[in-house]
Design a protein around this ligand. Structure first.
Ligand code: ASP
Length: 338
């Protein structure tokens, strides 16, 4: 979409450094990209202005901008990409208008089962939790899985026990209930009576990617999954390489959309591989996946991604994707196509 070399005129400065050994001036190219870049999404989906509750678009944008502020303050202060990603996602998980943490969609059984993952581009360390029902902030539990356990993905009651053992806030499953999401389940179940299907009806999965002042990348994603899901279904969000990936020699990416397609096509890792091995621009690689590969397979959704130079991309093939970006030089947020 946008590259810092399109945003900033004169982005390469030629400076002369004097070599103390040879005494000869040597021209050195110094890149002048943004000091930091931070992106968030609040889900891609089929919503349109007619079926959003009054004022909801403004609420989405307000929340996105507050999440951007959280990331910006951390990054501008020299904080890490990982902290920016985690803290912004915690904020979005606590906001019931998103399908993550409080406000998560309902399973066919009328419960909420949450998935989240986080990845550190420096070390390729990653952590994830799947199908948790009592962990207030799954992204924080995912980070703890990454940092203090030898594992990458913990699911169900084991993930809940691990979170409790780390002193994380455990809540009654009723904490995640919202009348709005429960109504969606009931509508979907009436519509689909006799033909149980998972529906990407009301989206709102959240994610963040960051490139900090030290040049490090991180990515995270958190979701309640898809309305009416059954049998312990887990989507792409907690699957490293499908919904989330971060690699300092490639990109940081967080996906949203119909998870089964993102898993089958390993979209997050495929973006990293295309960018890294084919040496094409981040935007070309992201557009190919979201506008060609995924729709050709029948998949809908979008992603946010950033590379170490500060290039970023936010493509989606749905009606809208709640999204925003802030850099040391620029800020924008939107729900629909511009
Ligand atoms: N990708 C999520 C899932 O399939 C849902 C979403 O992003 O809307 O669980």
């Amino acid at each position: 979409m946008r590259y810092f070399n399109n945003l900033v005129l004169g982005l390469f400065l030629s400076v002369l450094l004097l070599s103390s050994c040879a005494g000869e001036p040597e021209p050195v190219e110094v890149e002048t990209g943004p000091e930091f870049v931070f992106l968030v999404h609040g889900g891609a989906g089929v919503f349109n202005p007619d079926n959003l509750p009054d004022g909801r678009e403004e609420e989405y944008l307000d929340a996105v901008n507050k999440a951007l502020d959280i990331g910006r303050d951390i990054l501008a202060g020299g904080g890490t990409a990982l902290d920016a990603v985690e803290k912004a996602i915690v904020f979005l998980e606590d906001n019931p208008i998103f399908n993550a943490g409080k406000g998560a969609v309902f399973t066919a059984d009328g419960t909420n089962e949450l998935d989240a993952s986080i990845m550190d581009g420096i070390s390729l360390n990653a952590g994830a939790v799947g199908g948790v029902k009592t962990v207030k902030n799954p992204i924080t539990a995912a980070r703890k899985v990454m940092e203090v356990s030898p594992h990458v993905l913990l699911v169900g009651s084991g993930a809940e026990q691990f979170s409790a053992s780390q002193g994380y806030e455990i809540v009654d499953p009723g904490y995640f209930y919202t009348a709005e999401r429960f109504d969606v389940l009931q509508r979907v179940q009436q519509r689909e009576a006799g033909e149980q299907r998972t529906i990407q009806d009301k989206t709102g999965t959240v994610g963040a990617v960051a490139r900090d002042k030290h040049g490090n990348l991180a990515a995270g994603t958190s979701t309640g999954g898809m309305t009416n899901k059954r049998f312990g279904r887990i989507g792409d969000s907690p699957i490293i390489g499908a919904g989330t990936y971060a690699d300092n020699s490639g990109v940081a990416v967080s996906c949203t959309g119909h998870g089964e397609y993102f898993i089958r096509h390993a979209i997050a890792y495929d973006l990293n591989a295309l960018y890294k091995y084919r040496e094409i621009s981040l935007d070309s690689a992201a557009s190919f996946l979201i506008h060609k590969k995924l729709p050709n397979a029948g998949g809908t959704g979008g992603l946010i991604a950033v590379d170490t130079s500060g290039n970023y991309s936010m493509p989606f093939n749905t009606n809208g994707m709640i999204r925003g970006v802030v850099t040391s030089e620029h800020r924008e947020s939107a729900v629909y196509r511009e």
